[in-house]
Design a binder for this molecule. Structure first.
Ligand SMILES: *[C@@H]1O[C@H](CO)[C@@H](O)[C@H](O)[C@H]1NC(C)=O
Length: 385
């Protein structure tokens, strides 16, 4: 497909050149173009398809959408095209407290996703060959100068993507699953506002992070109204606004130092439970999965949202992030824990805080972020419509 588009472009360019050069105004007639030679002396006749549509496409080629998914301009008014899983980028990073740069997260994750394809052997599904239509909507347009305004734009666009027309066999449309590429963790708040509006009830959030992200705005001693919203407190606001379930939402991987011991009490009162990074020594990964299932409750009753701050992983394996914390989970451990959630109704997910400027030349963090999304996409598709 890409090759034939390329051909078309090259051909139009050629036509323009020829027409321009010759200075006449006639539209060129397709069948009358001269036959020219391709690089391997294969005659190229513009009159008919030259190459097979299913020609091998190397994974390192092509324009970067997530996992080579088709790009759909989902934000344009009047789009009625149906989709089941929508990837959106939210390159917002004006809420960070330490290293900046997560605005380049979405493009880095897309670059890191190039090799993703095919059958997920652990989940037993190929998310790209299934009942589901997956699209990459590109990035949300927003003004990165004004936090409140930008958050409003992210919320509005996420809401827009979550609306879709009912399928032919449906009375009422169900929202598509949403995959958001951050951005710093502030974006979780506008996204959860949009999720809440779409489902009209609180969402159970499993928050994978080394930090609690429920710090009260007062702690930062900030004065401006907009400074109340930053990447250290999306879940504080979300819980206060009733967007998250109380007592069944939780954190996984916590290990950072706190401002105060009270941080834990505030967090609990906001409705969050936790499994710390250190718990892996006593519980093991299997035990962590069991504990998570105990907290979030049965599969039938749970609308699950997974928010992954890439700093949940040890910085040795995911260095490209704004506030790294030593002593984190290993990549295989997190993948195992995620797969333990297979069967739940995962209605949305994000990977945030990928700041590619701090990555290794080997793009470790970007590859990881993309792979984690692939695991969750697989479970979304496996679960069914
Ligand atoms: C969550 O429930 C507990 C216990 O009922 C309550 O004390 C707390 O205020 C609730 N938190 C929120 C944010 O509603």
């Amino acid at each position: 497909m890409y090759f034939s588009i390329l051909k078309t472009i090259t051909f139009s360019g050629l036509v323009a050149m020829v027409a321009g050069h010759a200075g006449h105004e006639h539209e060129p007639v397709f069948g009358q173009m001269p036959i020219v030679s391709g690089p391997s002396d294969i005659p190229v006749n513009f009159d008919r398809p030259v190459l097979d549509k299913d020609v091998y496409m190397p994974s390192f080629a092509g324009i970067s959408t997530f996992a080579h998914l088709p790009y759909l301009q989902c934000f344009e008014e009047g789009i009625v095209e149906d989709y089941d899983i929508a990837v959106i980028g939210a390159p917002y990073d004006i809420g960070v407290t330490f290293r900046t740069g997560a605005r380049f997260g979405p493009s880095a994750i897309r670059e890191g996703s190039k090799r993703i394809k095919g059958f997920n052997y652990e989940i037993k599904v190929n998310p790209f060959k299934s009942w589901a239509k997956l699209v990459d909507c590109g990035d949300i347009p927003f003004e990165p100068f004004d936090a409140e305004h930008a958050m409003g734009q992210i919320e509005a666009h996420a809401k827009y993507v979550l609306q879709r027309p009912p399928k032919p066999d449906q009375q009422v449309a169900t929202p598509p699953r949403l995959v958001t590429l951050g951005g710093d963790h502030t974006i979780l708040l506008p996204v959860l506002r949009a999720m809440h509006a779409a489902y009209k009830k609180p969402i159970t959030v499993i928050h994978f992070d080394s930090h609690l992200d429920t710090w009260a705005p007062e702690i930062y001693n900030v004065k401006a109204k907009q400074s109340r919203f930053n990447h250290g407190n999306p879940l504080y606001h979300a819980a206060k606004e009733g967007l998250t379930t109380n007592g069944t939402s939780m954190h996984v991987g916590i290990r950072s130092s706190l401002y105060d011991e009270e941080d834990i009490q505030r967090d609990e009162a906001l409705g969050f439970r936790m499994v710390k990074a250190n718990d892996i020594f006593t519980m093991g990964v299997e035990g962590m999965v069991e504990r998570i299932k105990e907290v979030i409750g049965p599969k039938e009753d749970t609308l699950l949202y997974l928010s992954i701050d890439i700093d949940v992983i040890d910085p040795s394996m995911a260095p490209a992030t704004g506030t790294p914390e030593s002593g984190g989970l290993l990549t295989r451990e997190l993948k195992y824990i995620l797969r333990g959630l297979n069967g739940y109704d995962i209605v949305g997910m994000d990977v945030v805080e990928v700041a590619p400027a701090y990555d290794t030349q080997a793009q470790l963090t970007s590859f990881l972020a993309a792979d984690l999304i692939y695991e969750i996409m697989s479970m979304m598709v496996k679960r069914g419509e």
